[in-house]
Ligand binder design. Sequence first.
Ligand code: AMP
Ligand code: GLY
Length: 428
Amino acid sequence: MRVLIAGSGGREHALAWACTQGHPEVEVICAPGNGGTAALARNVAVAADDPVAVVRAARACQADLVVIGPDAALAAGVADACIAAGIAAFGPTAAAARIESSKWFAKMLMDTAAIPTARWRSAGAEDRDELLGFIDDLGGRCVVKADGLALGKGVIVCDDEATARAAVAACLDEGRFGSAGTRVLVEERLEGPEVSVLALTDGVNLRVLPPARDYKRAGDGDTGPNTGGMGAITPPPGVDDDFLRWVETDVLHPCIDALAEAGSPFSGCLYAGLMLTADGPRVLEFNARFGDPETQVVLPILDEDVLQLLLDSATGRLAPGRVAPGSRPAAAAVVLAAAGYPGAPQRGDVITGLDTTDPGVLAFHAGTRRDADGTVRTDGGRVLTLVARGYSLDEARRQAYAAVAGVHFDGMQYRTDIGIGKESTAAR
Ligand code: AMP
Ligand code: GLY
């Protein structure tokens, strides 16, 4: 059995690791992978978001399954290309991935399917007055979003009308997010802790994974700029079984049913980003893929055969139910980022200490590369995710930070409050 994983982040390293657990016979190929996947898989120099190149690589290695990690690869049609070539693909078609790649499409679908979400308006340059009027109605407390994919940066949280108007102008007049920002959404600004609920689906059945929380801001106490994610925990305190059942029946199922009705059935990983507001939970966004770094905490706590679940999702054979956590149900992940991140990162610094990390701790690589002599160097913004599991979140967090203390590279930055910040303690 051969599995090709498209992508090069910590999420893809975690997927590669999970596919080999209990499956020593499985060969994993990463396109393009990173310095960590090189140790357990074969890396091939193929861009994850090039459908033709991914299919060629999958054919060359006779892959039985292609697992697609990044949003850009899904939006580019990598799943469509695999399916057209007769190769099983884990991940939605580009049409179904619009649930992530167009926020406007996602909001319309949420309204159609009665999925609770923030009130919103959407417009382009020609009808912007509608947006400006809505900003006034909200007293400036709103969130301005570029419609398309913008590397997680197309969301501007505003406190006042001047900031919101400037954000609209940045998208529509200054082209800050390129073509992703030619249509803009304005939403009411909600308050509350966030929860990520991921589910595997074959388009009909769903299997909800243990919930997680990620830490998006660069600095401790949720300060500083937004990032791709500086850490994650599972389970998020205050999230119970009733809540997960509600997400399954009132959010995830209506979403896949509405996508199927729209002629774009969704298979793969459907990720609901929710905010727990005083008026009840609201969906902030859907993603059409595994979250990063949520995947790095969710997959390691499972006792189930992840490869089988991915195959069942890709081939329409998924049984319904929950994917329950295993005997150690908690995990904490700390992302080690390069100097400069989330701006242009410093690259090429030697990483030390990885070989002496506690064997119970998982070190998932992202922006790393391995020299011919085995030296591992930084090669991107988010460099490593260190993940520890535990019977409690506290145990997992302490172990993760003990591992962080043993790893070094110049300019290394990380949050010191993963699992203890206000995000972790706020209840529903
Ligand atoms: P999105 O990519 O739409 O999930 O937005 C990224 C982040 O922006 C979310 O994780 C929230 O922290 C924040 N955000 C998005 N929408 C809202 C909203 N309506 N109210 C408050 N914060 C939001
Ligand atoms: N952790 C947020 C994301 O994957 O979009």
